[in-house]
Write a protein that binds this ligand. Structure first.
Ligand code: SAH
Length: 340
C-alpha cells in the first residue's frame, strides 16, 4: 500500500481528486500529519468517517518505532528506528547554538564504498521513500517535543543516488503547511555524482550543497572514494562551478583529515590550487576511526595548521565540531542495522 507521507501537498491534492474528494482536504491531512503528528487516520477528526475509511483502505501511514536511543555526553542523540519491513535506520539529533539539527539517512546501506565510512561496510538494501526520510524528523520532533530547525542529508546513504525521493522529501519538509523547514536550513551532501550535481543546479532549490572532496589529488581521492574513478576531480569541480554560476550559492567542501594521507603541506597546496577563486568554504572533519578502518585522525595541532594555511591563502576553512563520537554517532560511524 502507498504511504500517505510520500506525497507533497500538490501530489496529495491530486490523489484526493482521484478518489473523488475535494483538494482542500489535502491541506487538512497535511496539518494532521506534520503539525499534529497523528499516528492514525482515525485521529483526523475534521474528516468525515467515510473519508477516513477511504484513506485507510488506500494508504498506509509510516510511523516509526524507536528501537533504541543513545545520548552522548555532548547532548547529541542517536536514534535507531524500526521500519515496517524489518530494516532499521539511524538518525542523529545535534544541538547547536542556532537550534536543533537532524542528520537524516537517505538509504538503507550505501553503494559508494568510501573506505573510511562505516555506512559502506554492509550490503546496500534499498533507497528510502520520501515518507521514510521525512518520518525521521517527525519522530524526533515528537520525541523531544520541540521543532527541528535544520536538516542535513549526511546520514546513511548517498542522497544523489536516491535523487527523486530526496527532492520530494525536501518539498514536504519545506512546505509551510507541513514541517516548515526553510530550504536554506537544509543541506545535502554528496560524494560527487556529477550528473546529479548538474541536475540539482538546474532545480533552483535554495538548499546548501556540500561535496565530500577529501583530497585534491586524483590518486589519493580514488584510493579513498571509488566514485572518483567514475567522476574525477576535474569533472567534479567543473560541475561545482556550473552549480555556483547557476545558483550564485557557495559550495561547502568536506575534507576529512587522515594522518599521513591527505593532511600534509603538499595536500594543502593542491587543495588551495584546486579551489582558488571559487565561491566556497572548506569544512575540515577530524576523521573518525571506524572498525577495521585504516585511517587515523590527524593530530589537533595539524588540523589547526591545515585550517590556518587555507585561510591564509584566502580559502575560508572551519573545523567541524565532533559531536556524538562516544555513541558512534559522528560522521561516518552510522551503520545499517537489521531487526529481523
Ligand atoms: N553520502 C554522502 C553523505 C554521507 S556522509 C556523502 O558522501 O557526502 C557525510 C560526511 O561525512 C561526508 O562528507 C563523508 O565523507 C563524511 N565521513 C564519512 N565517514 C567519515 C569518517 N569516518 N570520519 C569523518 N568523516 C566521515
Amino acid at each position: 500500500m502507498k504511504n500517505i507521507k510520500d506525497y507533497d501537498l500538490e501530489q496529495l491534492k491530486q490523489e484526493l481528486t482521484n478518489i473523488g474528494e475535494k483538494p482542500f482536504r489535502a491541506e487538512q491531512i497535511f496539518k494532521w500529519l506534520y503539525v499534529e503528528k497523528v499516528h492514525s487516520f482515525d485521529e483526523m477528526t475534521n474528516l468525515s468517517l467515510e473519508l477516513r475509511e477511504k484513506l485507510k483502505q488506500n494508504y498506509d501511514m509510516c510511523n516509526y518505532s524507536i528501537v533504541r536511543k543513545l545520548e552522548s555526553k555532548d547532548g547529541t542523540k542517536k536514534y535507531l528506528f524500526g521500519l515496517s519491513d524489518g530494516n532499521a535506520i539511524e538518525s542523529v539529533l545535534m544541538q547547536y547554538h542556532f537550534g536543533k539539527t537532524v542528520c537524516v539517512s537517505s538509504q538503507i546501506g550505501c553503494k559508494m564504498g568510501c573506505k573510511f565510512c562505516a555506512s559502506t561496510g554492509i550490503a546496500f538494501v534499498r533507497s528510502l521513500t520520501s515518507g521514510e526520510i521525512v518520518e525521521q524528523i517527525i519522530a524526533i520532533e515528537q520525541d523531544i517535543g520541540e521543532k527541528i530547525s535544520n536538516v542535513v542529508f549526511m546520514g546513511i546513504g548517498e542522497p544523489f543516488d536516491n535523487y527523486d525521493n530526496v527532492m520530494n522529501a525536501i518539498k514536504i519538509l519545506n512546505n509551510q503547511k507541513g514541517l516548515n523547514i526553510g530550504a536554506r536550513h537544509i543541506s545535502i551532501s554528496t560524494s560527487g555524482i556529477v550528473p546529479k550535481i548538474y541536475q540539482f543546479a538546474d532545480e533552483n532549490v535554495q538548499c546548501t550543497l556540500s561535496i565530500s572532496l577529501h583530497s585534491a589529488n586524483n590518486e589519493t581521492r580514488s584510493s579513498m572514494m571509488p566514485v572518483n574513478n567514475a567522476y574525477n576531480i576535474q569533472e567534479l569541480i567543473k560541475a561545482c562551478k556550473y552549480y555556483i554560476s547557476k545558483t550564485n550559492k557557495r559550495i561547502s567542501f568536506e575534507y576529512a583529515l587522515a594522518k599521513d594521507n591527505n593532511d600534509n603541506q603538499k595536500a594543502a597546496d593542491e587543495l588551495v590550487e584546486l579551489l582558488h577563486g571559487m565561491l566556497c568554504h572548506v569544512n575540515l572533519i577530524p576523521i573518525n576511526k571506524i572498525e577495521n578502518g585504516k585511517y587515523i585522525k590527524s593530530s589537533n595541532e595539524n588540523i589547526i595548521k591545515f585550517r590556518d594555511y587555507l585561510n591564509s591563502k584566502g580559502i575560508t576553512a572551519t573545523i567541524r565540531r565532533e559531536l556524538g563520537s562516544d555513541i558512534d554517532a559522528a560522521c561516518g560511524q552510522l551503520r545499517r542495522k537489521n531487526l529481523k
